[in-house]
Design a protein around this ligand. Structure first.
Ligand code: AHR
Length: 693
């Protein structure tokens, strides 16, 4: 093998963005409910629906008591009713009847409640009396007959009885007024997999709705602390939200509507999740795991904007990038579209304009006032909007007139807003090229038509190596937003092999940082045992967070970004022959060289300074490699052999947890050493090395 060498130059090739690396958030794999949203109670508003079906053929069934049960296994003391609810947006609630003092009901709380000794948890619920003249509400977390936390909540009896009207017709319903209750549970000891319970200390009947339990350390009272930290540590430059296919929904009716996710929690209309029907939940089977996956919108658009602020760091601001539905249901799941010439379509366009007002408008405006009422009078300073998630011009979807209508309306009113287009789901497809051509053609007439175009690629590691240089040749009239990408190895696992290929690709993005302005790995989260898609950036369960090799790659490119790309004079092409991928940038007085070794053996890279002498300098050397010292060789396992596309398995074959175990993230080590470079660096097999000097 010939010598691998690189002559380093201080010559600036081009200005690049130091703010390329951001986050893609979608409520898939229990990323929001049961994930980043710190709520511990599952189906807290009794609105659960179970879903089954497959492409273009979905059916739903109400299952309002899902996740709830009687603590005494008594049938019929839990009933669902819907007369004069707390909110008509979520009309169902629980009527609980204790036939004897002390009876109660429990919530399964995803994989059970985990408490930490000494930690406090904020309990809240709505309740109203049916018939409960004396007694309190007792809340507890228990396991195997042992209580780990409990609190008695004084009950407020009804003051108003329902009016009787007319002589002949009595008002027969029992309902009285709702009261809101709050209390604190303190954990006496650690517990995993506990059960949340509410009991009536006397016989009687009480109605309950929106029963919530949130750890007091939740960031802003909303975000699970450890998962939030895993995001914050990446110093993201932007957050793309809320998806993903979820923006589109399995049908127009069940699409993501941002207006239904803001304002008081109780009024946020709970929706099914299109991800409830992923994972082998085919038409013949009702009781699939996670078929009750819903969207509570506890993290709604206000919280997403807030999250951006909270994720902003000294290193950089995290900018909001909302994605809008453009009048289409998910093209993989439905043929529904709203005709562009219909009045209904105008409502979609209006939603976009109203969103800008919600994010940025004065508090005297309708939507700016709502933002202020929710606690944020200052604008969120949104300057980007993605028009459509993954649409392109096809037999099923007419992207062009939709994009045009949105762009025109937005720019007429907000000329400074950056509109982001979409090039569809598959980068290797001719429709991808056609989509780009559409934007290029329009840009000739209107340079602001699309600030950037969002392209998605879930591809084999080898594809990334083969296409490392693809951005070298992209036209420079419109920026690139690599809005969803990931290496999919043979087992769809979070391997070092996949992550190193992503790093190689990112050297290409970084070298073209004048063009690739935004890039986000996807998907972001995976609740172990509840995933619909792997690989993902961050895995977690009720108690722990597992950072994947891909997470470390993102961190490296975020934390060691630069403002200028240094000239490599084409040398990167020769190095690719040895499976070495490089990029060199400058940030302030520092130069940063990133080297990715995609080969199976360690390689030496000789480095020369500008005078042609062996580089001799103090440096910080950051190395990311498999913790075992050798990246595993990824082969397809059963978990892959029995899937179709990216679907997990049917129930008889393998549980979601088993699938997750087979695809579990490989351990990596990120090492940082102060060292002296004397003319070369050793780059371990399948690793990423950063030299800061
Ligand atoms: O990231 C998972 C899915 O991949 C997204 O929802 C969608 O945009 C893409 O097809």
């Amino acid at each position: 093998m010939s010598e691998n060498k690189l002559a380093l130059s201080g010559k600036v090739a081009k200005a690049i963005t130091p703010d390329m690396v951001g986050l893609f958030f979608e409520d898939i794999n229990f990323a929001a409910d049961g994930g980043l949203y710190a709520e511990l109670i599952e189906n807290r508003s009794f609105e659960a629906v179970k879903s089954k079906g497959e492409n273009h053929n979905y059916v739903l069934k109400e299952d309002n008591l899902y996740a709830w049960s009687s603590t005494e296994d008594i049938e019929d003391n839990l009933e669902i009713t819907f007369n004069q609810p707390v909110s008509e947006a979520n009309p169902h609630y629980l009527r609980f009847t204790a036939q004897e003092p002390g009876q109660g009901f429990a919530n399964k709380a995803y994989d059970g409640v985990s408490l930490k000794k000494g930690m406090t948890y904020r309990l809240s619920f709505y309740a109203r009396e049916v018939n409960y003249p004396k007694g309190v509400i007792r809340a507890a977390v228990t396991k195997d007959g042992k209580t780990f936390a409990s609190v008695d909540v004084a009950f407020r009896n009804a003051t108003k009885r329902p009016a009787e009207w007319m002589d002949t017709i009595r008002v027969t319903c029992d309902t009285l007024e709702w009261n809101f209750y709050e209390a604190t549970l303190t954990a006496d000891a650690d517990v995993s997999g506990g059960r949340f319970e509410l009991h009536l200390t006397e016989a009687g009947s009480v109605e309950f709705d929106l029963i919530s339990l949130i750890p007091s350390d939740a960031v802003a009272g909303v975000f699970r602390k450890d998962l939030f930290q895993a995001l914050a540590d990446l110093h993201p430059a932007f957050l793309r939200f809320p998806g993903g296919c979820i923006v589109e929904g399995t049908s127009i009716m069940r699409r993501y509507q941002w207006k239904k996710t803001v304002g008081p929690l109780v009024n946020r209309k709970i929706n099914t999740s299109l991800w409830a029907v992923q994972g082998g939940n085919t038409i013949g089977q009702w009781e699939m795991q996670d078929c009750h996956y819903m969207q509570s919108y506890g993290i709604g658009f206000y919280e997403y904007f807030l999250l951006c602020e909270l994720l902003s760091s000294e290193m950089r601001r995290c900018k909001p990038v909302p994605v809008l539905n453009i009048g289409v249901a998910c093209q993989f799941r439905s043929y529904e579209t709203v005709p562009v010439d219909s009045p209904e379509f105008q409502e979609y366009v209006q939603d976009a304009l109203d969103l800008i007002e919600f994010a940025n408008g004065p508090i005297t405006s309708k939507w700016g006032k709502l933002r202020a009422d929710m606690g944020h009078p200052e604008p969120f300073n949104m300057d980007m909007l993605a028009i459509g998630n993954e649409q392109w011009e096809s037999g099923a979807v007419d992207l062009a007139p939709r994009y045009r209508a949105f762009e025109k309306a937005i720019h007429e009113r907000y000329p400074e807003m950056k509109c982001l287009g979409t090039a569809g789901p598959f980068i290797q497809h001719p429709l991808h090229t056609a989509a780009w051509q559409f934007y290029h053609d329009e840009a000739k007439k209107n340079k602001d038509f699309a600030w950037a175009v969002d392209e998605h690629y879930y591809v084999a590691p080898q594809w990334l190596y083969d296409n490392v240089a693809m951005y070298d040749d992209y036209p420079r009239d419109i920026y690139v937003f690599s809005g969803e990408y990931a290496a999919h190895d043979a087992n769809l696992s979070n391997s070092v092999e996949g992550a190193v290929a992503e790093a190689a690709m990112m050297t290409g993005m970084e070298r073209n940082g004048d063009l690739v302005r935004l890039a986000s790995y996807a998907p972001l989260f995976n609740r172990i045992g509840h995933s619909q898609w792997t690989p993902d950036l961050i895995w977690f369960d009720a108690e722990k967070v597992v950072l994947t090799p891909s997470w470390y790659v993102q961190k490296i490119f975020s934390d060691y970004a630069g403002t200028e790309a240094l000239d490599l004079d084409g040398q990167e092409k020769a190095l690719r022959e040895s499976k070495l991928y490089v990029s060199a940038v400058k940030n302030g007085g520092k130069r940063i060289l990133k080297i990715v070794n995609g080969a199976d053996e360690e390689q030496t890279l000789s480095l020369a300074d500008e005078a042609g002498a062996p580089l001799s300098t103090a440096a910080v050397l950051v190395t990311l490699a498999a913790a075992s010292g050798e990246a595993k060789y990824v082969v397809a396992t059963d978990a892959v052999n029995t899937v179709v596309g990216n679907k997990v398995l049917g129930p008889g074959i393998m549980s979601n947890l088993e699938v997750c175990l087979k695809r579990a993230p490989e351990d990596v080590r990120l090492k940082e050493d102060k060292t002296w470079i004397s003319g070369s660096v050793e780059v371990p097999a399948k690793s990423v090395v950063v030299v800061v000097y």
